[in-house]
Each structure stands twice: as structure tokens, then as C-alpha cells.
Design a binder for this molecule. Structure first.
Ligand code: NAD
Length: 250
């Protein structure tokens, strides 16, 4: 059997980094496609001992960038089995002050980026009965004020998931994970790393009793890309400690 190959966008830090570690642990060869060179180089140095891993600087919002990243992945490792669309940015601002350029950038990275990566990886994924995982957010379904661009991009990603599942099945399964509050301050590059400042109340308000970790998301990615998940496609999974099901009337 061939060694499976995974591309993780935004894989250099945070949740993406945990996904890279989990898939390396599963014996896959992994390509981290991230716009942050400093983070990419640092994570590459950290993970080299875990298996076959490469970093390629990529802006997922640019089609020529994505085309090059996919071609390099195939050249390095011979094909693609898994694509995780995880890269994202936020531009929160009062609705009436949100600049069109910022709205467009958030949509371009978070939604168009996933479309471009899927488009260029699909021919290779199809040859290997591959899987795509889109990392959306509970903000696709619920909101705080002043989050229009991010929420809209994530809502679009949930819809893109079921559309792609219809177009690419049965060769490629496409699923979505919507994380809730995941603590990532401690898994950023060294120059941006912070000690998490989580209060008792932050944890306690979750029906699961705690804030989430990147490993909570990576563990589900691990399962969804495995053969055991062969009947699961076009689905969205809330991984939020129960917060989206909690009534909060005061
Ligand atoms: N952390 C949370 O609480 C949370 C909650 C819900 C959803 N999410 C989602 O999970 C995913 C990961 O979040 P995170 O908290 O780890 O974020 P993060 O900011 O720690 O990491 C995102 C990574 O994406 C990279 N990136 C940004 N723009 C890019 C681009 N144009 N091309 C390629 N790479 C790019 C960044 O350099 C970074 O390494 C995102 O899709 C985010 O929306 C996170």
C-alpha cells in the first residue's frame, strides 16, 4: 500500500499544526501550506523527526500559488489523499466601518481559498478515493456583533462542503468541522506565542466543562480521513463542548 499524502493549509500554527502532527503520527506524508514563512520554517524544524513533512509558502487566495503548491506536493510525494482547508483570517470591525478590501480578503482566504485548493487537488484525490476536510466555525451558525465577514465566509464553507461532496463523490468524501472556542495562543510561532489566560468561568460555561484544544479538532480529522469513516460525507460536525446547544436566557 502507498504512503498516504495530506495537504494542510494554515498548517504551521494553531489547530492546523495539531492536524499536521496527528496525520504524521498516522504515518502520512504531510505538506504544510502556510502564508507565514517564519511559522512554517519553525514547525518544519520541530516536526522533521516525526516523518515526511514539507513546508511550502502559500497564499491560498491566489490561484497560481495554489496550483504551484499542489504540483509541488505531487512531485514530492507522488499524489494526494487528504486535503484539509484550515487556513483562515478574521477582520472584525463595526459593520458600517468594515472596509470592502477587508471583507474581500476574508472571503478570499477563508472561502475562495478552500474552493481553489479543492479544485486543483480534486483530480489527484479522485484517483485515490481521497477526503477533504473543511475547517469552518460555530460562527457559521451563531454570532457576536461585528463579525460579518468571518461568519459569512464560514457559512459559505459549510455550504461549499455539501456542494463539493455531491460533485466529487463517490471518489472523494467531503466533510466539515465547525470548532467552537479552541485555545491556540500557546501553539503559535515562538515570536507570537502567549500563555493562555483562561478563567474558571471560561471553562465552566461549556457543557463539556472546558475550553477546547487543537487536539480536539485534530482527533476528529484523524477519524474522518480514515477508512472507518467511509460512509460519512457532506456532513458538518460541531466540536464546541456543547456551546451551540446551550440555552442562555438570563
Ligand atoms: N481557534 C478557534 O477558537 C477557532 C474557532 C472556530 C474556528 N476556527 C478555525 O480553525 C482554523 C484554524 O484556526 P486557528 O485558531 O488555529 O488559527 P491561527 O491563526 O492560529 O492559524 C491559522 C494559520 O493560517 C495561516 N494563514 C492565514 N492566511 C493564510 C493564507 N492566505 N494562506 C495560507 N495560510 C494562511 C496563518 O499563517 C496561520 O498559520 C481556521 O479556519 C479558523 O477559522 C478556529
Amino acid at each position: 500500500m502507498h504512503q498516504k499524502v495530506a495537504i494542510i493549509t494554515g498548517g504551521a500554527q494553531g489547530i492546523g499544526k495539531a492536524i499536521v502532527r496527528h496525520l504524521l503520527g498516522r504515518g502520512m506524508a504531510v505538506v504544510m501550506a502556510d502564508i507565514d514563512r517564519e511559522a512554517g520554517r519553525e514547525t518544519l524544524a520541530e516536526f522533521k523527526k516525526l516523518g515526511k513533512v514539507r513546508f511550502i509558502p502559500t497564499d491560498v487566495a491566489g490561484e497560481s500559488n495554489v496550483r504551484k503548491m499542489v504540483a509541488a506536493s505531487v512531485k514530492w510525494f507522488g499524489g494526494i489523499d487528504v486535503l484539509v482547508n484550515n487556513a483562515a483570517v478574521m477582520a472584525n470591525a463595526p459593520f458600517d466601518q468594515l472596509r470592502l478590501a477587508d471583507w474581500n480578503r476574508v472571503l478570499a482566504v477563508n472561502l475562495t481559498g478552500a474552493f481553489l485548493c479543492a479544485k486543483h487537488a480534486a483530480p489527484y484525490l479522485g484517483k485515490r478515493r481521497g477526503a477533504i476536510i473543511n475547517i469552518a466555525s460555530t460562527r457559521a451558525f451563531m454570532s457576536e456583533p461585528n463579525t460579518e465577514a468571518y461568519s459569512a465566509s464560514k457559512g459559505g464553507l459549510v455550504a461549499l462542503t455539501h456542494a463539493l461532496a455531491m460533485s466529487l463523490g463517490p471518489q472523494v468524501r467531503v466533510n466539515c468541522i465547525s470548532p467552537g472556542w479552541i485555545e491556540t495562543a500557546s501553539s503559535r510561532k515562538t515570536s507570537a506565542r502567549q500563555i493562555p489566560r483562561l478563567s474558571e468561568a471560561d471553562h465552566k460555561q461549556h457543557p463539556a466543562g472546558r475550553v477546547g484544544t487543537p487536539d480536539d479538532i485534530a482527533a476528529l480529522v484523524d477519524y474522518l480521513v480514515s477508512d472507518a469513516a467511509g460512509f460519512i460525507t457532506a456532513a458538518n460536525f460541531m466540536v464546541d463542548g456543547g456551546m451551540t446547544r446551550k440555552m442562555i436566557y438570563v
